[in-house]
Design a protein around this ligand. Structure first.
Ligand code: ADP
Ligand code: MG
Length: 236
């Protein structure tokens, strides 16, 4: 579904992505892991078309994304930090996204996550008055509003209260069961245990490994993701 072919990106002398090749398929829920600065966000932004690789290319459903920006409508993206116009209300932000995203689409927007999060009772509130967690809820609601084929979630549970984090995890599991592709980064590895099918581990811009979770567990003898990752790092 998404294939990166020998993707490299350099910022000055720094190789943010070094010859990364990876294939992500329908129904997979992939944890994108690695230390700070290892290139995770640069890879995500390359997939979204916000960063253009120096060499190599990315395809979405078989088409090079360089020549076909419309593929972005198939992606629900939750940024690590969502930035919104301060003076807009939650409702105005939702409506703006609906105006942009519903272009040519026949499906009605799905407000269920916003409802679960209790946002529908505070639609009149302005973005600048919201707590960090409530902003995250707005970002999550938008990512899940347009029935995309792919979800790209950058630290989705950071800042969410435990009840909201659990709702979001349930929703991710539900989308995965419908055959969607989910790509998640998180520093809270325990949040990922019930979700993921694969792990991609990056280091210094390169792909260190890409494994099924079962393989990683077998290789390390550890069931929990946090322990399995620690075991891999110690062996190196
Ligand atoms: P991660 O998300 O894994 O923490 P990033 O992909 O954000 O890592 O960054 C990888 C490296 O590229 C870092 O050293 C970062 O400072 C650098 N980098 C990222 N974006 C830019 C940019 N626009 N200009 C210069 N350097 C950048
Ligand atoms: Mg990052």
């Amino acid at each position: 579904m998404i294939i990166a072919n020998n993707v490299s990106k350099q910022f000055g002398k720094l190789k943010a992505l070094n010859n990364v090749s990876v294939a992500c398929n329908k129904g997979e829920c992939i944890a994108l892991l690695g230390p700070n600065g290892s290139g995770k966000t640069t890879l995500i932004k390359s997939i979204l078309g916000m960063v253009v690789p120096d060499s190599g290319f990315i395809t979405f459903n078989g088409k090079n994304i360089l020549h076909d920006w419309l593929y972005r409508r198939h992606i629900g993206y939750m940024p690590q930090i969502g930035r919104y116009p301060d003076n807009m209300t939650i409702e105005q932000v939702f409506n703006m996204m609906k105006d942009i995203r519903s272009f040519n689409e026949d499906t009605a927007p799905d407000n269920s996550l916003a409802e679960q999060f209790g946002l529908t009772g505070m639609l009149h509130k302005r973005m600048r008055t919201l707590s960090g967690g409530t902003r995250q809820k707005v970002s999550a609601s938008i990512a899940f509003m347009f029935n995309p084929e792919v979800f790209i979630l950058d630290e989705p549970t950071a800042g969410l209260d435990p009840v909201a984090a659990e709702m979001l995890k349930e929703r991710i599991i539900f989308e995965k069961s419908k055959g969607k592709l989910v790509l998640i980064t998180s520093h809270v590895l325990s949040d990922l245990d019930d979700l993921i099918t694969h792990v991609i581990y990056m280091q210094e811009g390169a792909l260190l490994f890409h494994k099924k979770i079962g393989e990683l567990q077998a290789d390390t003898g550890e069931q929990k993701l946090s322990k399995a990752i620690a075991a891999v790092m110690l062996k190196k």
